[in-house]
Design a protein around this ligand. Structure first.
Ligand code: ATP
Ligand code: MG
Length: 533
């Protein structure tokens, strides 16, 4: 035994040395690999979402992961942190274009090509190109005229400057549209609703999604640069000339049902310490007036606020209410509350949402300081927190966003939705011991001999077809070693197939948990497996 472990130690050290010499690739900061057995929990969560949301009539949508930057800028809002600082954006470049950014050496030819591409609209005709293309043509003309005559030292300096300008101009050409990795999916769902004319479908249209989102944030527990959301949206076109006051009851019921659905999903998963907070942040009518009042009140106490809040007085006063800064809490507590400044329609809807939640047995707390970080929300907003997450404890945020579809070029449309942070949801389940153990294998098929291999392959095929997880070693192993490996893999049963078992058609079956062993036919083993599930 000592000899064996010494040998593996030496092999291990050699392996470590070998690996140390190789270049190491690592997942980018803020991204991570999700691995088994944890991915089983991810699948279970997503499957539960599919099931629960399905019972509420939601269908799945899978929008692309990147979209025009402009879509997010318009939907989420240019002043928000997400758009201003956190998006992963890049300039796309149709494959067939020459890469001026690299091939700028023959710059006269490059400018001629660029001009032609610009004129035939193969590169964007807006933005910087509009200025650069004529400028480049001018500079090339100047360069060519100087180049033809005899050169003075002054000319040479002038030419150097011209060449520099032309190359740098070529490098700044926009070769394609500006795209961004999605920081959230509501904008994409609304874009898809418009693009596919979903207003013509029976309304409302109920869609859910799951997938990765990307934000350049400071990574920490529960906060990643690639993270996952599970979300849902309810979209409903507003018929022309509809009186908004007439539909307050209906909108409130839709809001309450969406919230009820998230809470049902969390309950089915056994998520612990779930707290729902709700608020109304008014609409286009009453919110601007409240925001103005807030601004006036904030300016009075500006000196007592931190730099972030001071800045937000100008950019987004509502976000000051979001502040977690200890020194600001007493000041914020004395600010005017939006509930006292809602217009009649907003107040009526908020009251009805609360009544509807009550009817559905959904417990909630009101939080007048709950504002959302995205511009598109109005009236109903909500956030759900769970336990075991430290300061990143929000697992779900949502709200109503009537008007967003219209802002993106669609018909007047109402919307309500939410996004669950799946990473945090999983973390909370794991902290509460709901992660589930490694699942291992149901059966390890140990075999020795050529005839036994054929029997083992056929046994593995039948067991797998019946849905059991089977490990079939690719080469024969002594039974002692095979059983050791079965144990390590967490197999529940080991089937032993040797000459005897083939001759008698009686398998030797070992139950790993208690070490007991018995002979039985294939049919009897299948029966045993099914019963032991
Ligand atoms: P937070 O205040 O925690 O930054 P948020 O208001 O930016 O959240 P939303 O844009 O409403 O979050 O997204 C909904 C949910 O997505 C959040 O409640 C959270 O669970 C999750 N989430 C948001 N950003 C991240 C991230 N960088 N990493 C992991 N989960 C995130
Ligand atoms: Mg955030």
């Amino acid at each position: 035994m000592i000899g064996a472990s010494w040998k593996t130690e030496r092999a291990d050290a050699a392996f470590q040395r070998l690996m140390a010499e190789k270049k190491k690739f690592q997942a980018i900061k803020g991204t991570r690999d999700l691995l088994p057995p944890e991915t089983e929990l991810w699948n279970r969560v997503e499957q539960m979402a599919r099931e629960v949301f399905g019972t509420f009539g939601f269908g799945e949508i899978r929008p692309p992961i990147f979209e025009p930057t402009e879509l997010f800028a318009r939907a989420v809002g240019g002043e928000t942190d997400i758009v201003a600082k956190e998006m992963y954006s890049f300039e796309d470049r149709p494959g067939e274009l020459p890469d001026f950014k690299r091939e700028s050496y023959d710059f006269v030819k490059a400018v001629a090509e660029a001009t032609q591409l610009y004129e035939s609209a193969q590169i964007p005709q807006a933005g910087l190109n509009k200025v650069l293309i004529p400028l480049l043509a001018l500079k090339v003309e100047k360069y060519s005229s100087k180049y033809s005559g005899p050169l003075t030292a002054e000319d040479a300096a002038g030419i150097r400057k011209l060449v520099f300008d032309i190359i740098s101009g070529l490098n700044h050409l926009e070769l394609g549209p500006h795209l961004s990795l999605r920081p959230e999916a509501t904008a994409s769902v609304c874009r898809a609703y418009i693009e596919h004319g979903m207003h013509a479908l029976p309304q409302p249209v109920k869609l859910w999604y799951t997938g990765p989102m990307f934000r350049r944030e400071r990574p920490q527990k529960g906060r990643y640069r690639q993270f996952y959301q599970i979300g849902a949206e309810v979209l409903e076109m507003v018929p022309p000339n509809q009186d908004p006051a007439k539909n307050i009851g209906k909108d409130a019921a839709v809001d309450a049902e969406v919230i009820e659905m998230v809470m049902a999903f969390f309950a089915r998963l056994g998520l612990e310490g779930v707290k729902l907070e709700i608020n109304s942040i008014g609409d286009r009518d009453c919110r601007p007036k409240y925001v103005e009042l807030l601004r006036v009140e904030l300016l009075k106490v500006k000196e007592k606020l931190g730099p972030d809040s001071q800045r937000r007085i100008e950019t987004n006063p509502l976000r000051v209410l979001d502040s977690k800064l200890e020194s600001e809490q007493a000041i914020i507590a004395g600010l005017p509350k939006i509930a006292d400044h809602l217009c009649a329609n907003c107040a009526a809807q908020y009251a009805e949402v609360k009544r509807q939640l009550g009817m559905r047995g959904v417990a909630y707390a009101e939080n007048w300081r709950l504002v959302r970080g995205l511009d598109y929300y109005m009236r109903t907003t909500f956030e759900i927190t769970a336990q075991g997450l430290g300061s990143q404890n929000a697992v779900c945020g949502g709200g109503r966003y009537d008007g967003l579809v219209e802002l993106l070029g669609g018909p007047p449309t109402k919307g309500i939705g939410f996004a669950i942070g799946e990473d945090r949801l999983i973390l909370s389940l794991q902290e509460a011991g709901k992660g589930g153990a490694a699942t291992g294998r149901d059966v390890f098929v140990a075999w020795m001999g050529e005839k036994a291999q054929a029997a083992a392959i056929s046994a593995a095929q039948k067991l797998r077809a019946a849905g059991f997880r089977v490990e079939l070693p690719p080469v024969e192993q002594k039974f002692g070693k095979a059983l050791g490996q079965a144990d390590k893999l967490g197999a529940r049963f080991a089937v032993i197939l040797g000459d005897d078992e083939i001759a008698t058609e009686q398998w030797t079956v070992k139950t790993l948990a208690d070490g007991s062993q018995a002979k039985m036919s294939e049919a009897e083993f299948l029966e045993l497996l099914r019963k032991s599930l």
